[in-house]
Write a protein that binds this ligand. Structure first.
Ligand code: C2E
Ligand code: MG
Ligand code: MG
Ligand code: MG
Length: 275
């Protein structure tokens, strides 16, 4: 039964719309300002190797310097406005420069990639130029993509990812378990790693569901895909995942995302011994 919108509803609806658009516009201005005035920074969260407790990979996560607004809020605005292309390039350059700084330690850094960045036709040329300029081995850089990239732009995405793969850049399938989780694209793309989303870690890492995760990990291992568990916060989760031979853990249990000047010290630590 359709209820007719009365004047009051309409006013409320209209006001709500206006507020949302105003908020979006404000965020867009912040992003433009950040691009022009060097107000972005990257934080780095370690992915801990469960065989030796070492931080091997670091996921680069974008932040605004003087603002608490989270990427969960501003990345969608960047995507809708097209600013993600410039932001994506900034992230790529910054991560590569960080790899160059740590060349002796050979750390690996992963960056996130949005589907709209496929519109950046010169992205790969840009990436290669930055790698060359900084003398960085492409294998030290990993690009994380979610299934949505493959669902929305399948043909383009496959070509793009295969080009990256040929360069030696590593590919990670991010947020596994939140989307449709169709396995079909695993036939076309050689991922180097899969990341299980915090959602399935929290929902499935207890009771009867433990078997589901254990078998999922086995399945990925059977096709030679190392597995990262994301968003691990408790020791109990760690113990269960270790028992299942999960390869890496990324989560607050070991470390929050850190400023770049904290990376070096972390490399000397055994993070498992410290929990
Ligand atoms: P993501 O790629 O899945 O990144 C993992 C998110 O989980 C990060 O949130 C991280 O801080 C958070 N996290 C890690 N461990 C824990 C934990 O133990 N507990 C909890 N509650 N959270 C944990 P963050 O940094 O807020 O980023 C959110 C999302 O924003 C990312 O999800 C990614 O989709 C996007 N994002 C971040 N940086 C970039 C970027 O440079 N480019 C693009 N395109 N997207 C980005
Ligand atoms: Mg990610
Ligand atoms: Mg993720
Ligand atoms: Mg996510």
């Amino acid at each position: 039964e359709a209820k007719k919108m009365d004047d009051k509803d309409y006013l409320y609806y209209n006001q709500n719309m206006k507020n949302k658009m105003k908020k979006k516009k404000e965020i867009e201005d912040k992003l433009r300002n950040a691009l022009n005035n060097d107000k972005f920074k990257l934080k780095y969260q370690p992915q801990v190797d469960l065989t030796d407790g070492q931080a091997k990979y670091f996921e680069a996560l974008i932040r605004l310097k003087e603002d608490n607004i989270s990427p969960g809020e501003f990345i969608p605005v960047a995507e809708e406005s097209g600013l993600i292309i410039e932001i994506g390039r900034w992230v790529t350059k910054e991560a590569i420069e960080q790899l160059a700084i740590h060349e002796d330690n050979e750390i690996k850094i992963s960056i996130n990639f949005s589907v709209q960045q496929l519109n950046d036709k010169e992205y790969i040329d840009f990436l290669v130029e930055e790698l060359n300029k900084n003398n960085v081995n492409p294998e030290l850089l990993e690009i994380e993509i979610t299934e949505s990239v493959l669902i929305e732009k399948e043909a383009e995405a496959i070509e793009f990812l295969n080009q990256l793969s040929q360069l030696g850049v590593q590919l990670a399938l991010d947020d596994f378990g939140t989307g449709y989780s169709s396995f079909s694209y695993l036939a076309y793309i050689s991922f180097d790693k899969v990341k299980l989303d915090k959602f399935i870690i929290d929902r499935f890492l207890e009771g009867q569901n433990l078997k589901t995760i254990a078998n999922l990990i086995k399945l990925f291992h059977s096709i030679d895909l190392p597995v990262v568990a994301e968003g691990v916060e408790t020791k109990e989760q760690y113990i269960n995942l270790a028992e299942m031979n999960c390869d890496y853990i990324q989560g607050y249990l070991f470390s929050k995302p850190l400023a770049n000047n904290k990376i070096k010290k972390l490399l000397q630590e055994n993070l498992i011994q410290e929990i």
